[in-house]
Ligand binder design. Structure first.
Ligand code: 4AD
Ligand code: MG
Length: 462
């Protein structure tokens, strides 16, 4: 099949007076007396191409079928546009109509639709200006993540989606089963998992960390990047039930090395968005009423504030703010606290480290004070926690004790403990939630507008 030239190419280099073949979807179409005008977009870039159609050269069945939402291919000559709205336009010689769209029923009209409405038509949402911009930026970030780690000698590891253990210990697991839930086999009144697919309870992973740790203690620097699942009942603009997480894991890295890496990593990948998405950022800035270029530059230029949890609590207490969740040493930081630190107090990203052991997962390295663990969270303005990481407990006895104290099942973690018995090494890592970063970079207020088909509590369409 004949391959169209991406519309982006027409804007990136000079095609004036050249014959080209393009294809895409109509953003709008207007029939005039002598000429018709169609706005064609193929998603390759933010800009659309204006197509000028001399009505006398086309049969009625073509002219009658040029409607918003339709898919067409056009062969024509690129010319300088006399109009002020665009630099170039295409004078059509041949038009192929691939797919029509009935204007009476096509849900995307020229007027601005609400984001809520657009979520209900997620199958057509990629055709909108805002969402195609979000998707392009999401793509750049994903590619930049791989580039960053590949250029630094990290190996990409595929960790399992179905797991037998709860990495974060927060009990937010989706269960995986082939049982007929109306007729679950029982033994002494309890579910008989021996008859289930795996012969035991199974779950969707909340994080690839435990598995990827085993490869860090063999390949030294690794990362996993894939979907993760959390059955959190939180209906917030920052939580999804299915989200993508990138998790690097490094042998011979302590907590400070990990904070250095996380900061360099965020700055590097955000720079790629600035380098490649001027048009998308300009549109999204206007759409969300925020200067995104300025926002992104700020988190690239300045060093991030780093402070121990205990100092963060002192600052929050001294703020005299009326937080919904009262502040005292020992609490986990909530979004309102994170936003105060980043937006009001420091006015830049903040890395809080050495959290109380009680609010963090079992695998984090215990500090000598007997109260805190070597954890770090990177907090961003607007979105709050964007990265969570830690130095891992590499001492077998300490880890065993922690697993026992928390009442976790040793059988579930025997393999995780074993890598501490055989050639253990200090190691660390972190996890970045891709959608939180997309949210920050695009200015979308709701995380559901950063992923093509959002899954959240009570939300599973498409
Ligand atoms: O802080 P979390 O729970 O850390 C971990 O899962 C570690 N195992 C990572 C590691 O050390 N390898 O999650 C990491 C990040 C958060 O900072 C946040 O950006 C994102 O994942 N995240 C979510 N994003 C969207 N929806 C949710 N429900 C999220 N939960 C966490
Ligand atoms: Mg966290």
């Amino acid at each position: 099949m004949r391959k169209p030239l991406p519309i982006k190419a027409l804007f990136d280099s000079d095609y004036i007076d050249q014959q080209v073949y393009v294809a895409g979807w109509l953003r709008s179409a207007r029939r005039g007396k002598r000429f018709s005008f169609a706005v064609l977009n193929d998603g390759s870039c933010f800009q659309s191409l204006q197509i000028v159609i001399d009505n006398s050269r086309f049969p009625a069945h073509v002219l009658d079928n040029l409607h918003t939402g339709g898919c067409i291919a056009v062969e024509g000559t690129v010319v300088r546009s006399p109009g002020r709205e665009q630099a170039i336009e295409l004078q059509a010689q041949n038009i192929t109509i691939f797919g029509t769209a009935d204007p009476a029923t096509y849900p995307l009209q020229k007027k601005q639709h609400s984001l809520e409405f657009l979520r209900t038509i997620a199958h057509l949402r990629p055709r909108t200006r805002f969402f195609s911009a979000v998707l392009r930026i999401r793509n750049t970030l994903s590619y930049a993540i791989h580039q960053f780690f590949q250029e630094r000698g990290f190996f990409y590891i595929h960790t399992p989606i179905i797991t037998a253990s709860d990495c974060e210990g927060a009990g937010e697991l989706f269960q995986v089963t082939t049982f007929d839930l109306n007729d679950v086999p029982k033994q002494d009144g309890m579910v008989d998992y021996q008859q289930d697919f795996f012969g035991k309870p199974a779950y969707l992973t909340v994080s690839g960390q435990l598995n990827v740790e085993t490869t860090a203690l063999a390949l030294t620097k690794v990362y996993t990047f894939g979907p993760t699942f959390r059955a959190e009942h939180s209906n917030t603009p920052r939580h999804l039930a299915e989200f993508w997480m990138v998790e690097p894991e490094m042998a011979f890295y302590d907590l400070e090395d990990t904070m250095d890496l996380a900061e360099e990593f965020l700055k590097n990948i955000i720079q790629k968005v600035l380098d490649n998405h001027q048009d998308d950022l300009a549109f999204l800035s206007q759409f969300n009423q925020v200067d995104l270029t300025e926002r992104l530059k700020r988190v690239i230029q300045e060093p991030y504030e780093r402070l121990p949890y205990t100092e963060a609590i002192a600052i929050l207490e001294a703020s005299k703010k009326n937080f919904q969740f009262p502040v005292k040493w020992g609490i986990d930081l909530k979004t309102e606290h994170e936003r105060y630190l980043t937006e009001e107090y420091f006015k830049k990203p903040v890395i809080v480290y050495n959290y109380p052991a009680e609010v963090k997962a079992f695998y984090m390295r215990q500090n000598d004070d007997g109260k805190t663990v070597a954890a770090m969270d990177v907090l961003f303005p607007e979105v709050g926690e964007i990265i969570g990481g830690s130095q891992r407990e590499e001492r077998y006895e300490r880890l065993l004790q922690r697993i026992q104290t928390l009442g976790l099942k040793i059988e579930d973690y025997h393999w995780y403990l074993a890598i501490r018995q055989y050639g253990s090494a200090p190691h660390s890592g972190f996890g970045l939630g891709l959608e939180r970063l997309v949210q920050f970079c695009t200015g979308m207020a709701n995380i559901r507008d950063t992923i093509p088909f959002p899954r959240a509590y009570g939300l599973l369409n498409f």
